[in-house]
Design a protein. Sequence first.
Length: 336
Amino acid sequence: MIYLVFTVSDRSRRRLGAITMHLRLALRLCLVALLYLIAQISAAAAQVRSSAPVSNSSYNFGDVLTLSALGGQVPSFTPLSIWNFTDGWLEPWIPPPNGELHLQRGGWVNTDSGFFSRELDPAFSFNAGTDRTRDEYIGAVTLFVPLNRRLQIGVTMPFIDSLQRGNGLPTENSFGDVIVAPQLMLDETETRSISALVAIRTPTGQTSTGNGKTIVTPTLAVWQDLPAAWQLRGGMGIDIATHTGEGPHEVLNFNLAAGNTLTSHETLPFGDLTPYLSANLNQDLGGGKNFTDFSLTPGIRFFLGWHTYFITGVIVPVTNPKPFEPGLTAVVSRGW
């Protein structure tokens, strides 16, 4: 009995040591991201202090919510900074101007968004199965609603998740897991947005289609305007499973994307034509099968008219074993 007790203790100690090592790595990476954030916002701090923006106190709580969610007459844009973090909470959301380089803030497929938006995004995805997985169709709709200049709520509702018959398994259909994502604006100028968000995946779907999971994902996201009509965006976050048996306990996620806007907003038939490439790295931190997934997503976004954009991207897994063959996602984004 004594021998068995010491054997279990040694295993626990080794596992704890491995988890501690991975957590230290994650904390170091978070520290690097935080230092980058401080460096970015420090450059704008002097400008923010000299302009000394004053919060507009003429709005009540209902005005702020209504104007942020539905739109209307709002003051001119002023920068936000983490150094004046109390500003913006009692002001309606003010869409940033397109900036010095006239680039549009807008979503891309499989890419973190550091900015706020007011839009409804119905989307369709198809992931081709491998010899170990099945074809999958997903229909979803995402709503982004700012509540003020500092806080936004995003809700993604997968109304259908369909796994097709294959590998000796029948077709399975179910509702997907709803994701609620409050997002906090830390720093924003005409050419930059830095925000923090927490995506909360709720178990509203069925386990037969790979749903029914509770996963919390804190993320730091950045959007940056660059010269020559380029824009850079990305983020770093970590998936944390709240229950055992719902996948890896922790997965570290990195995203980096770049795109170039080739046409003006008024150009017909493809205004704001922006091809882009997004890269994603997902690293298991232990507690499950050790894996590293890397994928590339080439895509394009352009303006259709009437505050509507079309966005598409092809997700191409690079590392093996692949969770699926290249998958296509198409989005029609309607703003107001």
